[in-house]
Design a protein around this ligand. Structure first.
Ligand SMILES: Nc1ccn([C@H]2C[C@H](O)[C@@H](COP(=O)(O)OP(=O)(O)OP(=O)(O)O)O2)c(=O)n1
Length: 153
């Protein structure tokens, strides 16, 4: 990847090495990793708990507090990357696809300056005119009308 940057692929490999060296593959099941991920989200939330709204960039926070935020964010990311790997999901690819779906769901012209859920934009349940369902349902062998591929028969 670029100078100073890191790719999801690198993190995936490092997590796989970390687990293999410790003989921890046996513990890194989908369910265990999901629970660990949720636990770390809880630890991250704890830092912000009771502080009320805080400005972007956390300007008034001490260095050690910001470092703590970085550690908990990293735990969340690392477990997410590991969970995706163990589930056989290409996270980068899935996230790029999801961004495309989001853009269809929230067209700029309807969403600019509004935090409304897509089901409330336009006052109907299908602000994209069915485009999202057909994009999600891009399994050519599927002829059902569901918007989730898991419903395909
Ligand atoms: N079975 C495990 C245990 C830990 N880790 C890695 C991934 C996380 O980045 C980090 C989590 O370690 P801890 O469970 O010790 O959690 P914390 O680092 O948050 O420490 P603490 O809970 O003491 O704050 O270590 C892992 O991959 N698999």
């Amino acid at each position: 990847m670029t100078q100073g940057g890191v790719t999801l692929e690198e993190l995936k490999k490092k997590m796989a090495d970390f687990a293999r060296e410790r003989d921890w593959d046996q513990f890194h099941s989908p369910r265990n990793l999901l629970l660990a991920l949720v636990g770390e989200v809880g630890e991250l939330s704890e830092i912000f708990q009771w502080k009320g709204e805080v400005p972007r960039g956390l300007p008034e926070w001490k260095d050690e507090e910001k470092q703590h935020v970085g550690e908990e964010l990293s735990d969340v990311l690392l477990y997410l990357v590991r969970l995706s790997d163990i589930c056989g999901i290409d996270l980068g690819k899935a996230a790029l696809r999801k961004l495309e779906l989001n853009a269809i769901k929230y067209p700029v012209i309807l969403s600019k300056g509004s935090s409304k859920k897509h089901t409330q934009i336009n006052g109907d349940n299908n602000s994209d005119g069915g485009l999202l369902a057909s994009t999600k349902n891009n399994n050519s062998s599927c002829s059902c009308s569901s918007s989730t591929s898991s419903d395909c028969v």
